[in-house]
Design a binder for this molecule. Structure first.
Ligand SMILES: Nc1ncnc2c1ncn2[C@@H]1O[C@H](COP(=O)(O)OP(=O)(O)OP(=O)(O)O)[C@@H](O)[C@H]1O
Length: 270
């Protein structure tokens, strides 16, 4: 889909993220090609597509892990020149397909790491223990506790993260991302390895946080039924190209999407 066609099929006032001709190649493999669409402010936008479509690569471009072609805007400001940690400070937080935790550190410390996206006290301030540094540290600990409690893991705060079960590792990772107090939270296959109830609880938690703070969630997820119940906006990738973008109903009925997913005779089921 061309940039112009993509823009025509959507009406997104003041998008939180705008992708303009985003592209990237890996040794001749065109992983993303001319991706242009807007992510509406608030709610859940899902990025779906068959294996190898480029979903995780797109997340890596938005979060600044990969250098890419084209431009990405966050709340109207270009961010292409920003490195990953600068994008985190600008309000972009993410989780990974496989949770990346500090396994030897306790659960609370893992969540506290998320607050580094917004704390401003430098090493010297922390070392000397200036009033501002102490105030900020208290605030960071309160925020970390708040999110650890919200994901239901306060009782495991002292456990090494490496000792946790898979579902709890996912919760810690999400609490850490929320502790960054992001404007946009990117979740890469959060339901992988979770039961239906566990993934519904996790998504509900994220949705509540979005309603409370205005945070936007961007979700990569293979479970199409979960996407259809959760997302208010969907972008479909296939082989590095944007196939469709819009509201769930329109995307579900799009013949190109149906063909890419299940063969031309099938429907994308909700
Ligand atoms: N670091 C890399 N080096 C080389 N090729 C890569 C790299 N990252 C992604 N690719 C290639 O880019 C394409 C898109 O991969 P990507 O992981 O983004 O797809 P995906 O939609 O997330 O797939 P899946 O649903 O299976 O996770 C694939 O062909 C993949 O092999």
């Amino acid at each position: 889909m061309s940039a112009a066609a993509a823009r025509e099929t959507q009406a997104v006032p003041a998008p939180i993220v705008r992708l303009n001709e985003v592209g990237i190649s890996f040794r001749g493999v065109r992983a993303l090609d001319g991706i242009s669409f807007d992510v509406p402010q608030g709610g859940v936008t899902a990025v779906i597509g068959p294996n190898g479509a480029g979903k995780t690569t797109l997340f890596n471009c938005i979060s600044g892990i990969y250098r890419h072609e084209g431009e990405i805007e966050l709340a109207g400001s270009p961010i292409r020149h920003l490195r990953a940690h600068q994008r985190a400070s600008a309000g972009i937080a993410r989780t990974f397909q496989t949770p990346t935790l500090l396994d030897d550190e306790d659960v609370f410390a893992n969540v506290l790491v998320g607050t580094h996206a917004w704390t401003t006290t430098g090493f010297t301030g922390v070392l000397i223990g200036t009033p501002r540094a102490r105030r900020e540290e208290r605030e960071a600990r309160d925020v970390a506790w708040h999110h650890l409690t919200a994901v239901g893991l306060a009782s495991l705060a002292d456990r090494p993260a490496g000792a946790l079960a898979h579902a709890d590792r996912r919760r810690v990772e999400i609490a850490r991302a929320l502790a960054a107090q992001p404007r946009i939270l990117m979740l890469d296959e959060p339901a992988a390895g979770l039961s239906g109830t566990e993934s519904d609880e996790l998504i509900e938690l994220v949705r509540e946080q979005g309603q409370a703070t205005g945070m936007t969630s961007l979700l990569v997820e293979h479970d199409v039924a979960l996407v259809m119940r959760t997302a208010s906006w969907i972008a479909v990738l296939d082989a590095g190209k944007l196939l469709a973008v819009g509201e769930p109903r329109a995307v579900r009925e799009n013949p190109a999407v149906i063909a890419a997913y299940l063969g031309a005779d099938a429907e994308v089921v909700a």
